[in-house]
Design a protein around this ligand. Structure first.
Ligand code: ADP
Ligand code: MG
Length: 616
């Protein structure tokens, strides 16, 4: 092509592209979702610009749409090969932007992505979306890709020129050149994919339609149309078939040649074209919950979370009112897994809450502080009714709406967990496993929700491998006022149960909670009380049996033993002076002859291990 400049891909990009192609080989259809999501982003960017500069719309056209055009090569036979054209009337790209955005800039997430992928940490559709590598997914179905683009005319750039980017899936370079056809687009971007025999299914309108319905109806807010061609046979020559005005599907050198030429007195093939609007249903969050099927909720989850395989562990769909006159609708999901870097990265909550205003996407970055960290993995879509469309993140942050919204979302999240624990116990088991640690942190962080969160926690104990604190209370022995626990991070419940502190309690018929999560011990200390019982670490001083008072015989025996062992105690106290605080006779133990315990205000052995691991 005249004036073509050839650029080398950055070496990272070449590696990335081949990684994407290889790892997604069995999920080829993600290409459509990714390209449509880019088209949608481009339209959103145009909308934002148009808020301050109306001329970007009037110079071209007001139309803001996405078109998908399957173009099989043969007219009557089963389509074997062909093209797919995806076109948007969005913000478009200049020559520089084509070069930068599609080829040369190593993006922020790139290195991290490479590391993860090369460590074999499942490269799936999920990662592709998260790291902004969507465009390269077009090479999953197409050996060559052509992107033509025209930015809108503006006062600073009144006569933009359409440029084209071409690249093959294997080479290490790409070309960018002024489009030889001139400005065939009125504005926006057109992507042409070459579809080979193996991917021919994507040339079917029905296939495209179902893919779009499945993956894109929720993530794209602008209308998507598919061009449908029907070929019918009629006996008489049709009137001159309507020539499309500048349909730029094709370069001049490969113009459609299958236009039918009328032959007299013979059967004519007539090509009828129509546009099918795909995503014409009201967005799922605007519908009434009872009219939305579980399948639709799951599909929406997969779209917002880019979690192709996973199913949400629970969801809730609600209307709300912030009290300052802004009403909204929202859908909240508990995802199927915790982000891999959740515990190491403070920013993992970003992008999980999508804020829309009257169905128009505003932002998915409400800041790290927006959701409390222990709930930041929830996927939430919020659509507010009464905010101005041009709210920016800055004005939002000064707006009472956000803090009110946050409070409501936290409350709804707790309600959601409670509901799943009652209605879907199997799902809740999974939630307790995945999010148990986060919920414990929530208990410490939000004193006013302490009780509600405590009820959501699940524990192993000497009685059960899955118990609630309420069950513990129900199962307490008469007179028992303390909730017993022992903590040992990373130890198994079975090992904890072998502890000499636990054995006597167990032998006497008391239940002991066996805690092994890092947050367990500080959480229990912070919980302090639950339904009239105080929490008690069995390795600490202060432990009381509930039946002590009634058990006179035992009390007497203890007194007798205290006297009998006085000489030994005195000797031990002298011999170990300076290393220990006290030596006492106890009835806590069954088979072990002695044990070391910690003062009720001291660090348990477990805490000491945690602290020394942190200061190493
Ligand atoms: P991401 O969408 O996460 O940024 P992609 O690989 O999907 O990553 O796209 C790369 C970039 O290319 C986008 O950020 C955008 O700047 C540009 N781009 C892609 N498709 C389009 C389009 N249809 N219109 C305008 N710009 C686009
Ligand atoms: Mg993208």
């Amino acid at each position: 092509n005249q004036g073509a400049e050839t650029f080398r891909y950055e070496s990272d990009i070449t590696r990335l592209r081949s990684l994407v192609i290889h790892s997604l080989y069995s999920h080829k259809d993600v290409f459509l979702r990714e390209l449509l999501s880019n088209a949608n982003d481009a339209l959103e960017k145009l909308r934002l610009v148009s808020l301050t500069d109306r001329s970007v719309l009037s110079a071209g056209e007001g139309n803001v749409t996405i078109e998908v055009i399957p173009n099989p090569n043969e007219s009557l036979l089963e389509p074997k090969t062909g093209k797919i054209v995806i076109r948007d009337t969005g913000i478009g790209m200049s020559k520089d932007e084509l070069t930068r955005n599609l080829g040369t800039i190593a993006r922020s997430g790139t290195n991290e992505f490479l590391k993860k992928a090369e460590e074999g940490q499942g490269v799936d559709g999920n990662l592709i979306g998260q790291f902004g590598l969507g465009f390269y997914s077009c090479f999953l179905v197409s050996p060559t890709v052509r992107v033509s683009s025209l930015p809108p005319a503006t006062s600073s750039n009144p006569d933009p020129i359409q440029h084209t980017f071409t690249s093959s899936s294997t080479g290490d370079s790409f070309d960018v050149f002024p489009d030889p056809r001139g400005n065939t687009l009125r504005r926006g971007t057109e992507i042409v994919l070459e579809i080979g025999e193996e991917e021919a299914e994507f040339l079917s309108v029905d296939k495209l339609k179902s893919l779009i319905e499945k993956h894109s109806t929720f993530s794209t807010t602008f209308p998507i149309y598919i061009k449908d061609r029907k070929i019918t046979k009629v006996p008489t020559p049709p009137p001159q078939s309507p020539v499309e005005d500048g349909d730029p599907d094709e370069f001049a050198d490969d113009l459609d040649t299958d236009e039918t030429t009328p032959k007299e007195n013979s059967i004519q093939e007539v090509k009828e074209e129509s546009w099918i609007r795909v995503n014409d249903k009201a967005p799922i969050w605007m519908r009434e919950p009872k009219e939305v099927s579980d399948e639709e909720y799951k599909a929406f989850y997969q779209a917002v979370s880019k979690d192709d395989q996973g199913e949400p562990l629970g969801w809730s769909h609600f209307k709300g009112d912030t009290g300052s006159g802004v009403s909204f609708r929202a859908i909240m999901y508990i995802p199927s897994s915790l982000p891999k870097d959740f515990w190491s990265k403070m920013t993992s909550g970003i992008n999980n809450v999508r804020l829309m205003v009257k169905r128009v996407f505003i932002t998915d970055d409400l800041g790290e502080e927006f959701m409390p960290r222990w709930l930041s993995y929830l996927k939430v879509t919020v659509d507010a009714d009464d905010l101005p469309l041009n709210v920016s993140r800055e004005t939002l942050q000064n707006n009472r709406f956000l803090s009110q919204l946050q409070r409501i979302l936290v409350r709804k999240a707790l309600d959601l967990f409670t509901k799943v624990s009652n209605d879907q116990p199997e799902n809740y088991k999974e939630i307790a496993k995945l999010y148990g640690n986060a919920l414990r942190i929530g208990l410490m962080d939000s004193p006013k929700d302490k009780l509600k969160i405590a009820k959501l926690l699940r524990f192993e104990s000497t009685r059960s491998n899955y118990t609630t604190l309420e069950e513990y209370v129900e199962n307490r022995k008469e007179g028992q006022k303390q909730m017993y626990y022992i903590a040992g991070v990373g130890e198994t419940a079975r090992d904890l149960a072998k502890s000499p502190f636990v054995e006597k309690l167990h032998a006497r018929g008391y239940e002991v909670l066996l805690l092994n999560l890092p947050s367990d011990e500080p959480m229990m200390a912070s919980l302090d009380q639950f339904m009239g019982m105080t929490t008690q670490d069995v390795s600490k001083k202060g432990l009381k049996y509930g039946d002590e008072d009634e058990n006179e015989a035992e009390k007497k025996e203890l007194e007798a033993q205290k006297i009998a062992f006085r000489p030994l105690i005195e000797w031990l106290k002298k011999d170990l002076a300076g290393q220990i605080n006290d030596v006492t006779v106890t009835n806590r133990l069954v088979t072990s002859p002695c044990t070391i315990i910690v003062d009720s205000w001291g660090w348990s052995a477990n805490m000491q291990r945690i602290m020394s691991a942190q200061t190493d």
